[in-house]
Design a protein around this ligand. Structure first.
Ligand code: ADP
Ligand code: MG
Length: 237
């Protein structure tokens, strides 16, 4: 496992905190059933943290709470030194989340009849980010989507794994400070999964972004992540 990817000279400028996310005693229940039972976790800036755990253990719930779209019953989450305000309508939070946080979902959620490039451009425009073609192409190539013909085809014509990679590029193209990924490699084979995480590692090391990812591929990605945590029945092990 790789630790402290940030060089010392860079770290000293982080005068406020070297934490990207601080999760403090987060509880969440659904209809009387406890999904999260007091999760506390700090996530360093410019790191990759992997969250593992059995299905139903609370991983996606935790990601949604960090994202700000789900309100914890108790506890708080701070992103880049700013406490998330879950109170409705929570406009400040939405701005913070939209501008700085990228999301990758368990399923790619692309618009199937739009081209790959349209999917990425429309997403960026929705976030108020002007699409930058060299950046988009560079990212697509990094993830092995280097067949230019495919980029003008409807997204639905790509394989499941390719669509997941497009969704990753879409999330990364807005250069988020924090990227939350929910099982980004579930439709990708072992070798492809390693390549995706190798690429994510390069991106973290060169851009300083922070990634929190849920994954079931713990063994495959050890070389590329900084920290792994396991949730079992709503509690960190
Ligand atoms: N919106 C919801 N309504 C009711 N129960 C939910 C909801 N979201 C999650 N849960 C429940 O909370 C628990 C944790 O779910 P989840 O966070 O999706 O787990 P994981 O992502 O680890 O598979 C499960 O028991 C699930 O059924
Ligand atoms: Mg889940």
């Amino acid at each position: 496992m790789k630790r402290n990817p940030l060089p010392q000279h860079f770290r000293k400028y982080n005068i406020w905190t070297n934490k990207a996310v601080e999760i403090n005693d987060v509880h969440k229940s659904y209809m009387g059933s406890m999904a999260l039972k007091g999760i506390s976790l700090d996530i360093d800036k410019s790191s990759i943290t992997s969250i593992t755990g059995h299905s139903g253990s609370g991983k996606s719930t935790l990601l949604r709470i960090i994202q700000g779209i789900e309100k914890p019953d108790k506890g708080e989450v701070t992103i880049f030194n700013q406490k998330i305000d879950y109170s409705s309508p929570s406009i400040g939070l939405k701005n913070l989340i939209n501008q700085n946080v990228g999301i990758g979902f368990q399923s790619p959620m692309l618009m199937g009849n739009h081209s790959v490039l349209d999917n990425i451009q429309l997403y960026l425009k929705g976030k108020g980010v002007e699409p930058n073609f060299p950046t988009i192409l560079d990212l697509l190539f990094k993830f092995g989507l280097d067949n230019k013909k495919k980029l003008d085809q409807p997204a639905a014509s790509l394989s499941g794994g390719e669509q997941m990679k497009v969704a990753l590029v879409r999330a990364l193209a807005s250069k988020p400070q924090l990227l939350l990924l929910d099982e980004p490699t579930s439709a990708i084979d072992s070798m492809g999964t390693k390549n995706v995480f190798k690429t994510l590692r390069d991106i973290v090391d060169t851009t300083g972004t922070t990634i929190v990812t849920v994954t079931h591929d713990s063994d495959l990605i050890q070389d590329y992540i900084d920290k792994e945590v396991t949730i079992e029945s709503g509690e960190l092990l």
